[in-house]
Design a protein around this ligand. Sequence first.
Ligand code: DX5
Ligand code: ZN
Length: 218
Amino acid sequence: MKIAPSILSCDFSRLADEIAAAESGGADWIHVDVMDGHFVPNITIGPVITAGARRATTLPLDVHLMIESPDRYLEAFADAGADLLTVHVEACRHLHRTIERIRELGVRPGVAVNPATPLEAVREVLPSLDLLVIMSVNPGFGGQSYIPATFDKLRRARALLDAMGSHAELEVDGGVDVKNAAKVLATGATVLVAGSAVYGHPEGAAAGVRALRHAGTS
Ligand code: DX5
Ligand code: ZN
């Protein structure tokens, strides 16, 4: 099990400290939520802040692009230090080409699937992926509630990946907390993204990561 705290919910006046806190709690990746105000109704992080996050940690940066026409910015986020770059299937006209481009840039490619999008939409590209992200909220904001239908979708995603012998990580993004972590992992998910559960923890982000790991392993 990997935990990828989303810095979307951190205190950006203390970005480096907030990333260090998650790292000291045992975070595996740092999740960077990029939003453009078009694909989703919110504007957040761009390449400049991503590069700042890069300087704050040696952990892999898991960059989630919630943007229209992501091809325009792949190089910028690769240069900013992304280790994994995830695009949305709903935002890509030529998804296969986009995935190839990410790999050419020396970055591990991921694809995210919105709650209303069937898994069938990504079936053909699964063999090319290092990461499949199943959205368990409608993207745009942190702190939303986990959509229960995601459990079944995750189980079906696990079966598809296993059937093709894929070693891609299966990440779940949105509304993951100590109450649902064990059930989410039981579906075969391998990476938990958590924003508010980590950065909203009353004892800080390190405690938030530890609590999530404890919940996921007990
Ligand atoms: C949703 C983002 C998520 C989200 C995670 O648009 O992609 O990464 O912010 O935050 P929580 O864990 O608070 O749902
Ligand atoms: Zn995300």
